[in-house]
Design a protein around this ligand. Structure first.
Ligand SMILES: [Zn+2]
Length: 256
């Protein structure tokens, strides 16, 4: 079965001397892993189309039952080369790929999320000096993955509350959560909660109107990162990498 669609390369992993396993987020099939024969040989027909970020028209053989469908063609629609050439942009954009890999199951088709991912990379391509698009993307990704935190009041009694419990993925008020010591909790400002609810509810096309302060962006982003790490049971490598880069280069490189 021949499948033709558009896809963004999330990850390429070497297999043997010349082959690759490539993870692609596609418009029509969701996240797929494919086998690419000999792309690492010089003059391969794949060229640089299998590098992370590349937005391609792709053709692969095999259906859902195939463990590893075979990629037979990838033609670059947009390479996002500038994301790769600028270290600050590269780190920010890599985080976007990483959270997508960690949260999206294979073959779950969410066309809205595909277009949001594509648009986020375009925004980072042209607006790399702001931190808001990473935060916006992560919240929409959580929504479409069915993992959005509940912050609009205590999840048990619906009364006001601002303490987020990571294990529950929700705000719980003191009356409902009185027993024991729960170290994995985060106190949030009302501003961060309001910002989250707005991003979650608003249409993607309207989010450009929201320009949160760096402090608010950072507060909400830290909570979202811890939630993503807990839900995916994986630490965010890009966060660690960014920390190391900051140590080497000073504070000139920051992710949200
Ligand atoms: Zn309650």
């Amino acid at each position: 079965m021949r499948n033709i669609t558009e896809g963004i390369i999330l990850k390429s992993f070497p297999l043997g001397e010349a082959d690759l396993i490539v993870t692609i987020y596609t418009l029509d099939y969701g996240l797929v892993r494919v086998f690419a024969k000999s792309p690492r040989k010089t003059k391969s027909r794949f060229g640089s189309s299998l590098e992370p970020f590349s937005y391609n028209k792709i053709t692969f053989l095999g259906n859902e039952d195939n463990n590893l469908p075979r990629l037979i063609q990838a033609d670059i629609i947009y390479p996002f080369q500038s994301l790769r050439d600028n270290l600050k942009c590269y780190i920010k954009s890599t985080e976007i790929l990483e959270v997508t890999l960690n949260l999206q199951p294979e073959r779950l088709i969410v066309k809205e999320l595909f277009y949001i991912l594509l648009d986020t990379l375009k925004k980072l391509d042209s607006e790399c000096n702001t931190n808001r698009w990473n935060l916006f993307y992560k919240i929409k990704l959580l929504k479409y993955s069915g993992l959005a935190p509940e912050l609009s009041g205590c999840v048990i009694c619906n009364c006001a509350g601002r303490t987020f419990y990571i294990h529950e993925g929700a705000v719980i008020c003191e009356d409902c959560f009185i027993k024991g010591d729960y170290p994995r909790k985060i106190s949030l400002s009302q501003g961060a909660i309001n910002l989250y609810i707005t991003i979650l509810k608003w249409n993607w096309d309207n989010l450009h109107r929201i320009k949160p302060s760096d402090i608010l962006n950072s507060e909400l982003n830290n909570m979202i990162d811890r939630h993503i790490e807990y839900r995916s049971e994986r630490n965010l490598k890009t966060k660690w990498f960014n920390f190391k880069v900051q140590q080497v280069m000073g504070s000139s490189v920051t992710t949200p």
